[in-house]
Ligand binder design. Structure first.
Ligand code: 5GP
Length: 231
């Protein structure tokens, strides 16, 4: 199974994904290729494969990407063979990709399960972006504003995703994400459902986009994205 997770930069997605990677069995994580430089303590081959623009271009020409996109002026791409390798290893695969990449993958892998992570409001997002920027030795002036504007743009795509997580409490978001993965796996197995599995399915169902209205509305309103008729 293929799981896609997208979120505006600074939503706490990496922390969430790292917790899930250590918690959920038989789930591989695809390490993307990027032309951006490593940040802080990042290491080549762990967070990303860091390559030059020329190398990236060559990979595009050779058809080596399942998807790729330009994000904040840099290129990011998922190697097609990560999907093939997961399949060979009998594992599910988790991709942490932006909204453009997720749209490309959804077109190619029709049963991919997609999850959108939202920050609770722009103030919390700005605080997270600022502290990350300080921890990484400071960004460039205007970077936070640019990322906030981009976040608003990305959030508008939430309707394309099957599940919505509002990351206001990390433990709750981890529980929901683990439940989504377990529930989708149970659905594919189509076997009997015991009490524990039923509880997990219920948690996952509560994170479905069409059951998320009450949690979504205040977030959309805080980002100025709520149609006044629905406020
Ligand atoms: P960052 O530079 O903060 O690690 O990532 C910036 C954005 O690029 C994030 O939204 C992240 O999900 C996205 N991203 C990371 N890897 C890929 C990838 O392989 N493909 C696409 N389309 N986006 C990616």
């Amino acid at each position: 199974m293929l799981f896609l997770i997208s979120a505006p930069s600074g939503s706490g997605k990496s922390t969430l994904v790292n917790r899930i990677r250590s918690l959920v069995k038989d789930l591989e994580f695809s390490i993307s290729y990027t032309t951006r430089a490593p940040r802080g303590s990042e290491r080549d081959g762990f967070e990303y494969h860091y390559i030059s623009r020329e190398q990236f271009q060559k990979m595009i020409e050779q058809g080596q990407f399942l998807e790729w996109a330009k994000v904040f002026g840099n290129y990011y791409g998922t190697a097609a063979d990560s999907l093939e390798n997961a399949r060979i290893n009998g594992k599910d695969l988790l991709l942490d990709i932006d909204v453009q990449g997720a749209a490309q993958v959804r077109d190619r892998v029709l049963d991919a399960v997609s999850i959108f992570v939202l920050p609770p409001n722009p103030e919390i997002l700005a605080t997270r972006l600022r502290s990350r920027s300080v921890a990484e030795g400071g960004g460039y002036p205007g970077e936070i504003d640019k990322r906030l504007a981009k976040a608003k743009e990305e959030i508008e795509n939430y309707r394309e995703y099957s599940y919505i997580l509002v990351n206001d409490a990390l433990d709750d978001a981890v529980e929901c994400l683990a439940a989504i993965i377990a529930a989708e796996r149970a659905k594919r197995r189509n076997g009997p459902v015991d009490i524990e599995a039923a509880r997990i399915i219920e948690t996952a169902e509560s994170c479905r986009q069409n059951n998320s209205g009450a949690r979504l509305r205040p977030v959309l309103a805080a980002f100025g994205l709520l149609d006044p008729a629905h406020a």
